[in-house]
Design a binder for this molecule. Structure first.
Ligand code: CMP
Length: 145
């Protein structure tokens, strides 16, 4: 069934945004919403709150607020798992060895700067879509009265 997920083109891949958006469309996704934003460190911390306390958290926040990003609400059949599969493993360097055709292997920089983000579950997709597109309706819309 058709799902929505949140994709982010991160600062290190922004110069390839047009090429990546083409791949998204050719992979059967519809782009329902799109925003270019430059997060403050506070906003980046809030978005990645689940990683608070981890060793890499401060540098993750610095990276994600280092320049503009593009956030996209995308939809297709099984969008959440399909987009995760397309972007590949979190660590770009490992991705290059095990999944050389995935988008992080192609566009990522290192173990942290991995070019792309994808929501990892239905509940994170809902939260993350709401974070960037607060006006979009995520719940099924009631029909009739
Ligand atoms: P993302 O899928 O956006 O979710 C959390 C991000 O934190 C991840 O991509 C990476 O950019 C970064 N990250 C995750 N694990 C590590 C790690 N072990 N070392 C450095 N950065 C990491």
């Amino acid at each position: 069934y058709v799902e929505r997920t949140l994709a982010i083109i991160k600062p290190d891949a922004l110069h390839k945004a047009d090429e990546i958006e083409d791949i998204i469309l050719r992979s059967g996704f519809a782009v329902l919403q799109k925003r270019r934003v430059h997060l403050t460190p506070e906003q980046a911390s809030d978005f990645y709150a689940e990683h608070y306390g981890k060793l890499f958290f401060p540098s993750l926040v610095a990276y994600m607020s280092s320049g503009p990003i593009i956030t996209l609400m995308i939809a297709r059949d099984q969008a959440i798992s399909y987009w995760r599969e397309l972007i590949g493993p979190t660590n770009t360097l490992k991705a290059r060895q095990t999944h050389p055709e995935c988008l992080r292997a192609i566009y990522g920089t290192d173990d942290q700067r991995n070019a792309l983000h994808g929501s990892d579950s239905f509940s994170s997709a809902q939260r993350e879509i709401r974070f960037f597109f607060p006006d979009s309706i995520v719940e099924p819309v009631a029909t009739g009265q």
